[in-house]
Design a protein around this ligand. Structure first.
Ligand SMILES: Cc1cc2nc3c(=O)[nH]c(=O)nc-3n(C[C@H](O)[C@H](O)[C@H](O)COP(=O)(O)OP(=O)(O)OC[C@H]3O[C@@H](n4cnc5c(N)ncnc54)[C@H](O)[C@@H]3O)c2cc1C
Ligand code: SF4
Length: 513
């Protein structure tokens, strides 16, 4: 057993890395246990073949679906977690997302806290993660402080697309993006505005990921001990079952144990639920956090996501394409009174990336043409929390993901609407038929937006965590990552995870006083 710490954080991604940053800056002694290592800086960081075809930075773990079929989840185990690969589009949930909303497929339930409770933490999170944007152009934008950094400019072809969409009466708006880009001073800007950002690690460390934004500055305070290659296997409680007393881990292949006054599980929604289930004991026979509600691991959500490509006659030489989104259909549209969701630009597709999704769609020559002309879209709609959609950890720690998509109608209608829109602006939508990164619908392996599994709430009978993200029936155990979400909304989740980590950090600092 090694020294004791104020807080041990398991996982260094958006939730854990941010929590470590805030606690370390408040003078708390933090142990950060991360199953991965530092992602190497190497030429392959920006090589589409290595990243997309060879999946160089993906976990090699295999999970199962509910039918027993194996799949390789698109999960990334590095210092910084999935943010090493993310597109850094950092949205606030819409104000209404915190209340109950009626969807075609059912009810999106209310959160136990309001938008106003999160607003100050969103502001801090946006500043910390260098979010560029412009408030008030998006018709669904919630009220908030102006962004500290100006919106990213559109490259000429994307400006034409934005102008074309505006002419149809819609309201494209600058995407909120967390990159350290200074367009006014390109000679000193950390970000060079390249075409390998969304889905790639940043070779020059200019993306505001949890590693460079939080973990490294946290270590620099002298208050953080980071152990890499440290996979936590089990948490042990005292005989009463109310206190976590020991963390059991495999560190560089060797068994080690750790202690801390407070423990935060921050492994990402699927792995956090699995770790809590694997920590079952006499007092918690179905896992830590399951007692009151039976909901541990349940209500897994991941959004309904589609990646689509439209092509027109004009070439698209854009490098950094992820500069606008459209939310006009977020809460519904003409002829459909229910929410549909949101679409935004994808990172610019290269020939290699398109080939991943389309070898039998188009012969080699056509792929070149598509890559030079494509406008690439990411379409997201809300999936609803369903207790049957759940994470199940096997005895060996292997994960089975039981998931049946729901609330499909709005997503289908949004895709139809986008198809019309792409035609109106002089392009035509090409749907990629092969399952994989570029399939029209992102398959189960696309766990990028995994959330839910440990919903927070005031009532221990209907939630796993309390409103401070503490496990209801354990006094020193918290879950601080994407697991706490009550509903998925239809915008990217990371800013809410980051803002929540800052919120919980403040609670922990006052508790540790
Ligand atoms: C390609 C891609 C693009 C994305 N783009 C966006 C985007 O543009 N905007 C957005 O909002 N979101 C985006 N996301 C999603 C975003 O990255 C996640 O929502 C966010 O990182 C989740 O944070 P987290 O703290 O829940 O988990 P993670 O960031 O995944 O961190 C979990 C950490 O826990 C570690 N871990 C797991 N199990 C253990 C264990 N047993 N012991 C020790 N350590 C463990 C993992 O290695 C990892 O470092 C994207 C994701 C991907 C993959
Ligand atoms: S666009 Fe900027 S932040 Fe993104 S990978 Fe390229 S250099 Fe890094």
């Amino acid at each position: 057993m090694t020294a004791s710490y104020d807080v041990a954080i398991i996982g260094s991604g958006a939730g854990g890395g941010t929590l470590a940053y805030a606690l370390a800056n408040a003078g708390k002694k933090v142990l950060l246990l991360e199953r991965g290592t530092f992602l190497p800086r190497e030429k392959e960081n920006w090589d589409p073949h290595a990243v997309c075809h060879e999946a160089r930075y993906n976990t090699k773990d295999m999970w199962h679906n509910q039918f027993g079929e194996k799949f390789n989840p698109h999960n990334h185990y590095w210092v910084g977690g999935n943010t090493k690969m993310y597109g850094a589009v950092l949205f606030r949930l819409r104000q209404q997302d915190f209340g109950q909303i009626k969807h075609h497929g059912g009810i999106s339930p209310a959160w136990p806290l309001s938008y106003q409770d999160f607003a100050p933490w969103y502001t801090k999170a946006e500043r910390l993660y260098s979010v560029h944007g412009e408030r008030g152009i998006d018709p669904t934008d919630p009220p908030g402080e102006p962004y500290a950094y100006p919106p990213l400019s559109h490259e000429p072809r994307i400006q034409e697309v934005v102008d074309g969409i505006r002419k149809t009466g819609l309201h494209p708006f600058p995407l909120p993006v967390g990159i350290r880009l200074d367009e006014a001073h390109p000679e000193t800007s950390q970000c060079i505005r390249c075409n390998t950002c969304d889905g790639f690690p940043c070779l020059v460390h200019a993306k505001a990921d949890a590693h460079t934004t939080c973990v490294m500055p946290a270590i620099a305070t002298g208050n953080v001990t980071l152990r890499t290659n440290a996979k936590v296997l089990k948490l042990h409680t005292d005989a009463s079952g109310r206190q976590v007393t020991k963390i059991e881990a495999e560190v560089n292949g060797r068994h080690e144990e750790f202690q801390a006054d407070i423990v935060s599980v921050s492994c990402g929604a699927a792995n956090s639920a699995a770790l809590l289930q694997m920590s079952a004991n006499d007092k918690h026979p179905k896992g830590l956090g399951n007692n009151g509600s039976g909901l541990l691991g349940r209500n897994y959500m991941c959004h309904l996501n589609s990646a689509v490509v439209s092509i027109g006659k004009k070439p698209n030489p854009t490098k950094f394409q992820k500069t606008f989104g459209v939310n006009d259909f977020y809460f519904g549209g003409p002829g459909f009174e229910y929410p549909m969701g949101h679409f935004q630009m994808l990172g610019k597709m290269s020939k290699e990336m398109i080939a991943e999704g389309a070898p039998f769609f188009a012969p080699g020559m056509a792929l070149d043409y598509i890559a030079h002309h494509s406008i690439d879209w990411w379409v997201t709609s809300e999936d609803l929390p369903d207790p049957n959609n759940h994470v199940e950890a096997g005895k060996d720690g292997g994960i089975t993901l039981h998931y049946t998509p729901n609330n499909d109608e709005g997503h289908t209608r949004l895709l139809d609407r986008l198809k019309r829109l792409t035609h109106e602006i002089g392009t035509d939508m090409v749907v990629m038929p092969k399952r994989g990164f570029l399939s029209a619908r992102i398959p189960l392996a696309g766990v990028a937006h995994q959330i839910g599994t440990c919903k927070f709430g005031a009532d221990p009978k209907t939630s796993v965590l309390d409103t401070n993200c503490k496990v209801h029936d354990i006094d020193n155990l918290y879950v601080v990552d994407g697991s706490f979400f009550v509903s998925s909304a239809a915008v990217n989740p990371a800013l809410t995870i980051i803002a929540n980590a800052l919120r919980v950090a403040e609670h922990l600092v006052s508790r540790l006083k």
